[in-house]
Ligand binder design. Structure first.
Ligand SMILES: Cc1ncc(COP(=O)(O)O)c(C=O)c1O
Length: 372
């Protein structure tokens, strides 16, 4: 679905262009203050994108050579920036129900060299934060949560910014808060916030005075203005995504019952971590090929022919990526199994009754055809 800008977003960006103040300034600061408040974080720092955000979070918290527990089931940036820091990624399997990092597997993989855990709130759904935090406390680990897909999700009624050492966000065009490119890091510790701000902008403490070596990972005010304008609508849009997810759950339950009956559950929505609310960046479903009697790819192709686009997040587990395979220990069977079973149905705040009617009809038709 379209992630087109609304007139207010264009006006906000145009006002910055008219002002001539193109660098990071008031609109970036406003985005930081407002998103910080909305996510329950004391410090929010905007930056160029979600990958930079991870790099800016990892660098002050982790040292080269540290072992870091990472999800085998995520987008590559969560892990590739651990590698960029010179750390050793140790893959942790996914839970088969929520598809989020499995804290029990993480506990099994702790060694005397483990220093951190990077956990992605994948698809917009928070991980089991209580379990991650208690593991981190007992093993003395730093915790970075990748919330690139999870703006405004909550855990036990609290914004995600309250948890862990740092939380990172992406504002890539397709994200729930999409500015084109963009990102942010939040934390609750003054000294860490200062370190991240310095790293973001060449360690500069005064004009041409550089206290430490850093990068230029700054945002700009055009992006900041688009972010602020879209933020006005994000709470309502997130509620609509949650409502749409409820509709999907009801639709799939009745299709499972009518089409598969006692054969089992052919299409299972990814479960939500107890106590969490998801931001539903994606609506992810697990297909059981034995029940549906076709492969995930055949099912998606047939749905596409009926006018329902699907996406696969992701077609392979991270230890199977050529870039990361040297750290593959063949010990993440759930993540491996997901790559052939997940599919994402269209998710957007603006889905209408007619979209749902079309999808219900198409999914049921394809499911029946596969069983014949
Ligand atoms: C889970 C996750 N982490 C990190 C990123 C990286 O963000 P960006 O594309 O803004 O660099 C993404 C973006 O796709 C993501 O989905």
């Amino acid at each position: 679905m379209s992630t087109a800008l609304e007139p207010a977003d264009i006006e906000a960006a145009t006002a910055v262009l008219r002002s001539g103040m193109l660098r990071a300034a008031g609109r970036c600061e406003e985005l930081e203050t407002r998103l910080g408040t909305m996510t329950g974080a004391r410090h929010m720092m905007t930056c160029a994108n979600g990958t930079c955000a991870l790099q800016l979070a990892y660098e002050p918290l982790l040292s080269p050579g540290d072992e870091v527990l990472v999800p085998a089931w995520s987008y590559i940036a969560t892990v590739s920036m651990v590698v960029a820091r010179g750390c050793v990624p140790v893959f942790v399997d996914a839970r088969p129900d929520t598809l989020q990092i499995d804290p029990a597997d993480a506990a099994r993989k702790i060694t005397p060299r483990t220093r951190g855990i990077a956990a992605t709130h994948l698809y917009g759904t928070p991980v089991d934060i209580d379990a991650v935090e208690s593991l981190a406390r007992s093993a003395g680990l730093k915790v970075v949560y990748d919330a690139a897909q999870a703006h405004l999700a909550t855990y036990k009624g609290v914004g995600l910014g309250a948890f862990g050492d740092a939380v990172t966000y992406s504002f890539y065009a397709t994200k729930n808060l999409g500015t084109g490119e963009g990102g942010a890091i939040s934390c609750n510790q003054e000294t860490l916030a200062r370190a991240i701000r310095l790293l973001r902008s060449h360690g500069e403490t005064d004009k041409y005075l550089h206290e430490s070596v850093g990068y230029n990972y700054r945002m700009n005010d055009i992006t900041g203005a688009i972010g602020c304008s879209k933020l006005d609508r994000l709470s309502e849009q997130t509620r609509r995504r949650q409502h749409n997810a409820d509709r999907y759950a009801g639709m799939l339950a009745s299709i499972n019952e009518r089409v598969f009956g006692s054969a089992g559950t052919g299409l299972t929505p990814a479960a939500i971590t107890p106590g969490a609310t998801s931001a539903y960046h994606l609506y992810t479903v697990l297909l059981d090929p034995a029940v549906v009697r076709c492969s995930r790819d055949e099912f998606c192709k047939a749905l596409g022919a009926e006018g329902v686009p699907t996406a696969v997040h992701y077609p392979r587990a991270l230890p199977r990526q050529p870039a990361l395979s040297r750290w593959n220990r063949e010990d993440c069977p759930v993540a491996d199994s997901l790559s052939a079973r997940v599919l994402c149905l269209p998710m957007h705040h603006a889905l209408t009754d007619s979209h749902f009617a079309l999808m219900a009809e198409a999914i049921e038709k394809v499911a029946r055809a596969m069983r014949e």
